[in-house]
Design a protein around this ligand. Structure first.
Ligand code: PXP
Length: 252
């Protein structure tokens, strides 16, 4: 079986982080989104956090109006965020856990522990035509729960794999491989992301049933040295090379 083409979603949150360091409007994350799409991004991801530390409400409004590729809105499962999603109707919403003190999204959503709450939340977004994804640890319990609450997609948290040392990495990759198989078995589309870089993307891209990677911090950081266009094109080509080789899973 030829694996599906692997989509690249570029997360532009940290363009907004730099803008917000000084206030004002430069650098503009919407301009970055446009340039990312021109460089080969299949979609744009933006996380509207409750504390608005990077992306703002106005960024979401402008992203919806001004970019032509699908928008994936990451958000916490709160009433405020649900109202914003329903007002803007992005192509997709990815529900993530959020703690105010964290530097970034540190773990996956505990779907199994809040099924009663999440089921109607997911249903309301889905009824508005929004594709709902749940950001989870690569664990069978969470993937089966995601299917049970009616999500269309799971996004596997790749943080533990990316941040592990060389000795521990094969075991972390194996967790992702197993989780992707679990997602396929229960009929969920499978995405992955968090912490991916040029060095870590290959083995994840080689998992044939993963159809989308969402990558942000590394690309925006790399853009300082090589430009956004070049960073995205290189990531795209690393992903495509692994996929077209069709050589199965390589351990980093
Ligand atoms: N996917 C999800 C659900 C995330 O929360 C994030 C971080 O905002 C990413 C992907 C991208 O992670 P990174 O910025 O580390 O590439």
């Amino acid at each position: 079986m030829t694996p599906a083409r692997l989509r690249l979603g570029v997360n532009i949150d940290h363009v907004a982080t730099i803008r917000n360091a000084r206030g004002g409007s430069h650098p503009d994350p919407v301009r970055a989104a446009r340039q990312a799409a021109e460089a080969g991004a299949d979609g744009i991801t933006a996380h509207l956090r409750e504390d608005r530390r990077h992306i703002s409400d106005d960024d979401i409004r402008r992203l919806r109006r001004e970019i032509s590729v699908p928008l994936n809105l990451e958000m916490a499962a709160t009433a405020e965020m649900r109202a914003i999603a329903l007002a803007h109707r992005p192509h997709a919403v990815c529900l993530v856990p959020e703690r105010r003190q964290e530097r970034t999204t540190e773990g996956g959503l505990d779907v199994a522990g809040q099924q009663e709450f999440l089921r109607p939340f997911v249903a309301e977004l889905a009824a508005a035509g929004i594709r709902v994804s749940l950001f989870v640890e690569p664990a069978r319990l969470q993937i089966e729960a995601a299917q049970a609450v009616g999500a269309a997609v799971v996004e596997l948290h790749t943080g533990a794999y990316c941040h592990s040392d060389q000795a521990a990495r094969p075991a972390q990759l194996e967790r992702l491989v197993t989780a992707a198989a679990d997602a396929e078995r229960v009929g969920l589309e499978c995405h992955a992301g968090h912490g991916l870089s040029f060095d870590t993307v290959g083995p994840v891209a080689a998992i044939p049933t993963i159809v989308e990677l969402n990558i942000g911090h590394f690309l925006i950081g790399e853009a300082i040295f090589s430009g956004l266009d070049s960073a995205i094109k290189r990531m795209r080509s690393l992903m495509d090379r692994v996929r077209s080789a069709g050589s199965g899973i390589r351990i980093a």
